[in-house]
Design a protein around this ligand. Structure first.
Ligand code: BG6
Length: 470
């Protein structure tokens, strides 16, 4: 039974993608290597080629988006298609590709929302320290400036996607290159440096008077104590500071408040870690904090946390085998299961109320976030192929999306300025640390033939999209 009956007038109703996860064609038209190419090859688990071959099949996917009622798409530009080494001379073939892609979107009435960085750092810069190297920030700002000027047809920009996921997956969880585990100094420094890169790009966008809107994307993961005891509440506050609050403060307050820093310092001390803030950094963040035009919020799941005294350990469920993940963070807390909260095959909690809680919190505590878009939300699932032309039954995904859109509309009805929803993902795509069996798409991709099939969730999406026309 559908909970959501209609969408508000003017609502942005989109599907999300990311360059490296959909494009394939990693060695085509002068593209440079990202931090993933050699890493994935050495691992030998899965190849980023051809992914969903969006590099060649984008007209088909955009046509599908239009047919199924969407009015927007999230895409990212691969930095290494524009600057193969991350800097230097632009690559004309890469530039031409994105002009073709944006034109196709606009011709079909699908508004592109474009990120400049979605987990795909250029290999050359990654080898030099990636976001831990402050020179990287200069290169990013140059690349951003080039894109703002060149792609004037784009009116909706995001600088970086999910700053925490990079910092956390690279340096804490260790499932992104360079695979560091609980390197807390790098994990916090990367967050600060990414914020600086974002802030400098926003300040430049405004100074140069580029037309359009700009913001960034955070994935917000509410942290609830379980069971609710004072010790667990403190553990939850510590994890929340590291996962959400430090970045939200830096983005929308332009400062890390004393309350936030007290938590961060406690966590750093427990792990013998340090954060380095250079003179002038906070002025840059302050200036940008009121200049974001909007905020992209990704939401998948919360964590339930209990206090924990032992050493850090962690196991990542990358295969979809229920019950194989664990996370214990020294001096911070450990993830626990809350009875009654369902989980996906990858052990992600299914908890729509977390989206509602976070929307309310951001609106209340961070008014500079202004308009909010849910820029990702969706269910990773092992969809079953039924044969050519056969509808794929993904009722579970419909239920998931329906409950989350309902939570969004509830927050909206209570005054939160949330203006859009992008499902992750438009079509099935390559998942960084999980490969190809973790599917999220409205459209099924047969990764052998690249044929697209329709899932029931696409029909659901279309029906709701129709309500925008009434
Ligand atoms: C978000 C990312 O973190 O979650 C996407 O922006 C990612 O790139 C998505 O694919 C789902 O995560 P996963 O690990 O299930 O692919």
């Amino acid at each position: 039974l559908r909970r959501v009956q209609s969408l508000p007038k003017g609502f942005v109703w989109g599907g999300a993608t990311a360059a490296y996860q959909v494009e394939g064609a990693t060695k085509v038209d002068g593209k440079g290597k990202t931090m993933w190419d050699d890493y994935l090859k050495a691992q030998g688990r899965f190849s980023p080629d051809p992914a969903s071959d969006f590099y060649h099949l984008y007209p088909e996917d955009i046509e599908l988006a239009k047919l199924y009622g969407l009015n927007a798409i999230r895409v990212s530009i691969a930095w290494t298609r524009i600057f193969p080494k991350g800097y230097g001379e632009p690559n004309p073939a890469g530039v031409a590709y994105y002009h073709r892609l944006f034109k196709c979107c606009l011709d079909n009435g699908i508004t592109p929302y474009v990120s400049l960085h979605h987990f795909d750092s250029p290999k050359t810069l990654f080898d030099d320290g990636d976001w831990l190297n402050r020179k990287n920030i200069d290169y990013f700002v140059d690349y951003a400036d080039f894109c703002f000027k060149e792609f004037s047809e784009v009116k909706n920009w995001f600088t970086i996607n999910e700053l925490i996921s990079l910092a956390f997956s690279q340096y804490i969880q260790g499932n992104f290159p360079p695979n560091h585990h609980f390197d807390v100094t790098s994990g916090i420094q990367a967050q600060h440096n990414e914020l600086l890169a974002h802030a400098r790009a926003v300040n430049l966008f405004k100074e140069k008077g580029y037309q359009g809107r700009i913001g960034l994307i955070h994935v917000l993961q509410p942290v609830y104590p379980y069971p609710d005891t004072p010790a667990n509440e403190h553990a939850a506050a510590l994890e929340d500071a590291f996962m959400n609050r430090f970045l939200l403060d830096g983005t929308f307050k332009g400062e890390y408040t004393p309350e936030t820093m007290a938590l961060i310092n406690e966590l750093l001390e427990a792990n013998d870690a340090k954060l380095k803030i250079e003179p002038g950094d906070m002025d840059i963040l302050k200036k940008a904090s009121t200049q974001n035009d909007y905020f992209g919020m990704n939401y998948y799941q919360p964590s339930f946390v209990a206090a924990y005294e032992g050493e850090s350990t962690n196991s990542f469920n990358g295969t979809g085998e229920k019950g194989t993940s664990s996370f214990k963070f020294q001096g911070v807390g450990q993830h626990v299961k809350k009875p009654g909260v369902p989980t996906t095959d990858w052990d992600w909690n299914i908890y729509p109320a977390g989206m509602y809680d976070m929307l309310k919190r951001v609106a209340r505590e961070y008014p500079n976030s202004k308009t909010i878009y849910i820029t990702e939300n969706g269910l990773g699932y092992k969809d079953k192929y039924e044969g050519i032309g056969q509808l794929i039954d993904d009722d579970k995904r419909i239920d998931f999306i329906d409950q989350h859109v309902e939570a969004l509309l509830k927050a909206r009805s209570e005054g939160v300025d949330v203006q859009g929803y992008f499902v992750w993902s438009l079509q099935d795509q390559f998942s960084w640390a999980n490969g190809y069996n973790k599917r999220y798409g409205l459209f099924y991709v047969n990764f052998e033939t690249q044929a697209r099939e329709i899932k029931k969730s696409a029909l659901w999406f279309k029906e709701l999209g129709q309500t925008l026309k009434n």
